[in-house]
Design a protein around this ligand. Sequence first.
Ligand code: GSH
Length: 206
Amino acid sequence: MLLIIGNKNYSSWSLRPWIATKVYGMPFDEKRIHLYAPSSKAEILRYSPAGKVPVLHDEGTVVWDSLAILEYLAEREPRLWPRAAAERARARAISAEMHAGFAKLREHMSMNIRKRYPGKGRTPEVLAEIGRISAIWGEAKGPFLFGEFSAADAMYAPVVLRFRTYAVEGPNRRYMDTMLALPAMREWIEAAEREPESIPELDLYE
Ligand SMILES: N[C@@H](CCC(=O)N[C@@H](CS)C(=O)NCC(=O)O)C(=O)O
């Protein structure tokens, strides 16, 4: 499998399938594309008809969109969804909720692993979305949302990193610590810290 991703410091969508493959030791190669440079779009379009990352290539099969990739991976690694049907349905619901929602959080608290912006971005709408995430994480079975690491944790991994950057206190600290201690998460963070490029328009509060 070849997973094409964006900058590790900024690309929240890319982190989702990447961390899922890593946690379950699924072998893959990765190709990183520096986003929002003059040649980026053309390079992404060589791999993805949608012109976005992440995109997965697997022996002629092309899967784009983070949630579709997670579903594809789950066909090989069933532990990516909880075993019990009711829990699986809930895991899919909160994953879809993350995939389609939380627009204000994305806008005002974009993922930026290298930066520290405590207190920034807390508009009333963002605070309401943080409240919703707090409620979802409040029901975590522990140590992950559904016991074992699942695709739902992959979907919420970038939020953990956002809350670290913006020093958001309150939502389930134990869950955040569990996610931050994952070797795969550490590996992604360290790679983001080493990345030479920055995207000034995504460094929101300079
Ligand atoms: N819904 C898509 C969103 C993907 C997305 O927006 N990716 C951004 C990077 S995080 C991207 O490719 N931006 C580059 C561009 O639009 O040129 C998914 O879940 O994969």
